[in-house]
Every structure is written in structure tokens, then in C-alpha cells.
Design a protein around this ligand. Structure first.
Ligand SMILES: [Zn+2]
Length: 275
């Protein structure tokens, strides 16, 4: 009996020891366990965090950067230096012949297709045929809008230009005359492609106060539709070499006039010939 009692006690002791060990094990790992899942969570988060930004940030950054950089650069570049259009600016007979005190025309040049512009006028004026057609259309269109344009001056030969220059020289002196559209060989009137326009009333003829009239506003809004551009804008004197002349309109053709007007540039700037 003693033996069996001893055995029972031993078994109970061993079992209780095992239970205690088991409890201790549970207690120990029960505490450790929560810290163990933290690691996988942390590693999962860590792996998720770098993956997400790695996927989003780099894809966003390169997309934004190249898009923004090239867009800004080419957009800002064409404004000061526009792509030079494929237009003939050197041939005397070209509608887009660039003419100024640097790029002059010979004293012997005269267009071969001049004709009288068929509009109401006390002093009939001539222009090159294509420009005359456009002028007649424009004056007719203005009339439909209640604006009576007056064609003050069209074609002027080199000889007439020289006479005008000498008159101005006597009246205003050399400095002021050089800023007027009068220098022989440098006037677009010799090309038969320029016209001085004014109010039918004659108010502010060849004067900057012309800008205060609806006639000028109409020209600003519509002249390009007929192929004409304001050639010597006020504020661009240092580029054109000519004082602001809101009455002087140059024929360049409808397409080119639209492009030049939209650019907001002078012919010199538009064709990259500002020197
Ligand atoms: Zn003029």
C-alpha cells in the first residue's frame, strides 16, 4: 500500500510539476506572443510602406517632372523666338517681303501688278492687285459694320518717297524724320503692299489720336481677316525703327496676317530679324 501511495504521490507531483511548467510556458509565451505578431505586422507594414511609396512616388515624380519641364521650356521659348515660318521675306515681289531701314529695296524697284483701288476716294490710290482686292473687300466689310474707312495713301514710287522724305526733313529735322515711314528704299509704300488708313472725316489723319476712334478699333479687330496687320505698333519703335503709326497697315496675306496678329509680334520679331 505504501508503495502504491508513494507511486500516486509521485505521479501527482510529476503531473503538478508538468502543469506548473505548462502554465509557466503559457505565461511566458502569452507575453511573448503579442510581441511576436508585432514583428510580422511591423515587417508587413514596413514592406507595404516602401512598396506603396516606391510604386507611387517614383512614378508620380518622373511623370510630373518631365511633363512640366519640357512643356514650360518649349512654350516659353517660341514666344521670344518663334519658329520662323516658311515665308519668303527677301524677294521684292513676295507678299511677306520684310522691308525696313536695314532690309531696304532698290530705288529701281516698282511692282508690276499695280492697279487703282476701286473705293470711294478724292485721291485714288494704287496698290498691288492682290492687296487692292483685299483692301476693297475690307473697306466694304467695314462699311457694312457702319465704319467708313478712308484710304489716305497706297503705293508711292521711290521718287515720291524721296520727295516726301525731303519735305519731312525740312519740316521736322533729321532725327524725327528718321522715325517716320519716309526713308526712301525703306518704305512699304514702295512695295505697293501698305496703306495709310483714316476716318472718312479726316479727324486725326496720320496722327496717333486715330486710336481713339471706332475706325481704328474695327481695324484692330478685323484687318487680319483681310490680310492686313498693324505694322508699326506703339511701344515697338526700338524694333521697327518707326514711331507708333496706327494708321499704317501692311498687307501680308490672310493666313500670315492671322499668324502674326496671334503672335503679338512685329514682322521683325516674327521672322527673327530684329537686328
Ligand atoms: Zn504708311
Amino acid at each position: 500500500m505504501n508503495r502504491s501511495v508513494k507511486k500516486k504521490i509521485t505521479v501527482i507531483a510529476v503531473l503538478s510539476c508538468l502543469i506548473l511548467l505548462g502554465l509557466a510556458y503559457l505565461k511566458f509565451f502569452g507575453k511573448v506572443k503579442p510581441s511576436a505578431p508585432v514583428r510580422p505586422t511591423a515587417s508587413a507594414t514596413a514592406s507595404a510602406v516602401p512598396e506603396t511609396p516606391a510604386a507611387e512616388t517614383p512614378s508620380e515624380t518622373p511623370e510630373e517632372t518631365p511633363e512640366a519641364t519640357p512643356e514650360t521650356t518649349p512654350e516659353s521659348t517660341p514666344v521670344p523666338t518663334p519658329a520662323v515660318p516658311d515665308a519668303d521675306i527677301t524677294s521684292d515681289d513676295s507678299m511677306t517681303r520684310l522691308l525696313n531701314k536695314t532690309y531696304t529695296v532698290s530705288s529701281s524697284y516698282a511692282p508690276q501688278d499695280l492697279r487703282t483701288v476701286n473705293v470711294r476716294s478724292d485721291h485714288p490710290q494704287m496698290m498691288r492687285s492682290e492687296a487692292a482686292d483685299a483692301m476693297e473687300k475690307m473697306i466694304g466689310a467695314a462699311l457694312n459694320d457702319g465704319i467708313t474707312l478712308k484710304l489716305i495713301s497706297g503705293y508711292r514710287s521711290y521718287r515720291e518717297q524721296t520727295s516726301l522724305y525731303n519735305t519731312y526733313l525740312y519740316r521736322y529735322g533729321k532725327e524725327k524724320t528718321s522715325l517716320m515711314d519716309a526713308t526712301p528704299g525703306a518704305s512699304e509704300h514702295q512695295l505697293g503692299l501698305a496703306a495709310d488708313l483714316g476716318n472718312w472725316s479726316g479727324y486725326c489723319d496720320l496722327n496717333t489720336c486715330f486710336t481713339g476712334y471706332p475706325t481704328y478699333t474695327w481695324l484692330q479687330d478685323h484687318a487680319h481677316e483681310y490680310g492686313f496687320i498693324e505694322r508699326y505698333p506703339t511701344g515697338k519703335e526700338n524694333i521697327t525703327g518707326i514711331m507708333g503709326s496706327p494708321w499704317h497697315w501692311r498687307y501680308v496675306g490672310v493666313e500670315e496676317a492671322g499668324r502674326i496678329k496671334a503672335s503679338g509680334l512685329t514682322m521683325e520679331e516674327y521672322y527673327g530679324k530684329t537686328n
